[in-house]
Design a protein around this ligand. Structure first.
Ligand code: SF4
Length: 56
């Protein structure tokens, strides 16, 4: 299990600093969460202004 970022992401970057393990980075189309690093804490969900982050 890992959290995922949907197409609703507008690449604002607001979530990056909310992740305690540095799992979020800019991907090809929008920001992405590295599933191997994510510990499923949920800290990033409230940091997204478009609600693009959810549990997989
Ligand atoms: Fe980082 Fe936690 Fe979000 Fe996973 S759920 S990407 S560990 S802030």
């Amino acid at each position: 299990m890992a959290h995922v970022i949907s197409d609703e992401c507008v690449s604002c970057g607001a979530c990056v600093e909310t992740c305690p393990v540095g799992a979020i980075a800019q991907g090809d189309a929008h920001y992405e969460i590295d599933a191997d690093s994510c510990v499923d804490c949920g800290a990033c969900e409230s940091g997204c202004p478009t609600g693009a982050i959810s549990a997989e």
